[in-house]
Design a protein around this ligand. Structure first.
Ligand code: ARG
Length: 274
């Protein structure tokens, strides 16, 4: 039986891939010898932006900067919950300068900003499920974000943070292995997590949608959902089918160029939560 799903209007932050390249490799997906078609990247990114606007969401734009080719992955610049922003502190020096650009955006918009002391890559490694257990933050560690940042985020945002250990370098950020699909539920690929973390997820989310390696490798889990419409990578046809079977509406978008940097839909989008 098909379940009715209801969308909730979202506010997002994105950054155009105007200066996107793959000139260094900091995750297994990046290959500096693969040519990137930047015009196509911009076109595909723009389709993603239009898709979100078409679904009724508000999209803010961060000004891209030359020399910061990964700035298009706007999810990594901070983590916003209840109107407060826990700022990012990137692991790799190639991306360090992105944090200041995000900080300046949030300051100019008047958000409460908490500067980080610990290494963390924003929504790349933090997810928020507002109606799970009263409002739960899920946090990844193992490759980028460090465990002390989880405690720091909890103090900054006043919500419980559950630490999850990522074990597969192909899934180096939480947001390529797990995503909120509505205010109370998630989809995830168990194989990306340690056995203990898988148990924690089973306990907290007994009704989660379970993705497999094929779904995850197609970057299907790197999705954005408004509670009803699930915007996801067009290659992830099987995951789209699984989500459809439980009442969501998959909205496929093509992001082949940005996959060369190791990211897809979610990586390009930060959610600004009031
Ligand atoms: N090239 C970027 C990096 O390795 C990709 C970031 C993808 N972003 C994400 N939220 N998973 O840092």
């Amino acid at each position: 039986m098909d379940q009715q799903r209801f969308p909730r209007k979202r506010t997002y932050l994105m950054c155009s891939p105007e200066y996107f390249t793959v000139e260094y490799a900091i995750n297994p997906w990046m290959d500096v010898t693969t040519p990137v078609d930047r015009d196509l990247a911009v076109k595909q990114w723009d389709r993603l932006r239009e898709t979100l606007v078409g679904l009724g969401h508000e999209v803010h734009l961060l000004t891209p900067e030359q020399g910061l080719p990964d700035m298009v992955y706007a999810a990594n610049g901070g983590f916003v919950v209840d109107g407060s922003v826990y700022g990012a502190r990137f692991k790799h020096e190639q991306r360090t300068a992105e944090a200041a650009a995000h900080h300046a955006f949030y300051e100019a918009q008047g958000w409460r900003f908490i500067a980080p002391g610990e290494t963390n890559e924003g929504e790349g490694d933090f997810a928020y499920v507002p109606e799970a257990h009263g409002g739960l933050i899920l946090a990844g560690h193992g490759f980028r974000t460090e465990i002390p940042a989880h405690a720091e985020a909890q103090e900054a945002l006043g919500r419980p943070v559950v630490s999850l250990r990522l074990i597969d370098p192909r899934f180096y950020h939480l947001d390529v292995a797990l995503a909120a699909i509505d205010d109370a539920n998630i989809v995830y690929f168990p194989g990306a997590f340690s056995a203990a973390s898988q148990r924690v997820l089973t306990q907290l989310f007994p009704d989660a949608v379970i993705a497999d390696d094929e779904d995850a490798l197609a970057f299907g889990i790197n999705l954005v959902s408004d509670g009803a419409n699930v915007v996801l990578n067009s290659e992830a046809t099987r995951l789209a089918g699984k989500l459809k079977a439980v009442g969501y509406t998959p909205v496929p978008v093509e992001l082949a160029e940005l996959k060369k940097g190791g990211g897809s839909v979610k990586c390009c989008i930060a959610e600004l939560r009031h």
